[in-house]
Design a protein around this ligand. Structure first.
Ligand SMILES: [Zn+2]
Length: 213
């Protein structure tokens, strides 16, 4: 679905199978955020196809974090696409993945601060807790925040997975909650639109979920 000119969401709606939402920024450069599971990549391919974009046209693949439901299909997007994730997340998935899961090495690392790709400026926030090297990406010009599995509409990412941490997740959520956000694009579930709805969601998460992590 189109969110606005230059930003598209491929929302995963089949609850029988887990997969992430994938987002596509189509500006000077074509940027795919979290390609998802390998065997479900047809869903993204189809979405791109409807926009007349072949997979080979993707310039950058940005990974919010390295769980397979977000990262796995990155294998299909190597060369000429450039793959980016945080250094800590790459360390983490290499350490925990089995010998058969040969992670593609990043072409660049996402680190705290500004990331310019063509005419798109994204601010990278280190937001560990769901995984140790998770990042959120903030597109200030459009007031869009990509949160991966840090927060969702009415929810937060699990903290019981390897190297997860409730206290670190809380700290991460506090770091992003005051950003000026009109559209919150999370790794799973529905899109949250409108500044008030986004703020209300942060309040709900702090009031409710913070008790449990
Ligand atoms: Zn995850």
């Amino acid at each position: 679905m189109k969110i606005f000119d230059g930003l598209y969401a491929f929302i995963w709606q089949d609850y029988r199978e887990n997969n992430c939402n994938t987002y596509f920024i189509d500006r000077d450069k074509k940027i795919l955020i979290d390609p998802g599971h390998d065997h479900l990549f047809g869903h993204v391919e189809q979405g791109l196809g409807q926009l007349g974009v072949p997979v080979s046209a993707i310039d950058y693949v940005l990974i919010t974090h390295g769980h397979p439901d977000h990262l796995e299909a990155a294998f299909r997007l190597q060369n000429p696409s450039l793959l980016a994730m945080s250094r800590e997340e790459y360390r983490f998935i290499r350490q925990w993945s089995g010998p058969n899961y040969d992670i593609p090495g990043p072409d660049l690392y996402l680190s705290e601060g500004m990331l310019q790709i063509g005419d798109v400026n994204l601010e990278v926030f280190d937001t560990p807790g769901h995984s140790p090297g998770s990042v959120c990406l903030y597109w200030a010009e459009k007031k869009v925040l990509f949160t991966g599995d840090v927060i969702f509409n009415q929810g937060i990412g699990r903290t019981d997975l390897p190297e997860g941490s409730g206290p670190r997740l809380k700290e991460s959520i506090r770091r992003i909650k005051n950003l000026d956000v009109e559209i919150l694009l999370s790794g799973h579930g529905e899109i949250l639109a409108g500044k008030e709805a986004v703020q209300q969601n942060f309040r709900f998460i702090e009031d409710y979920w913070f008790r449990y992590i």
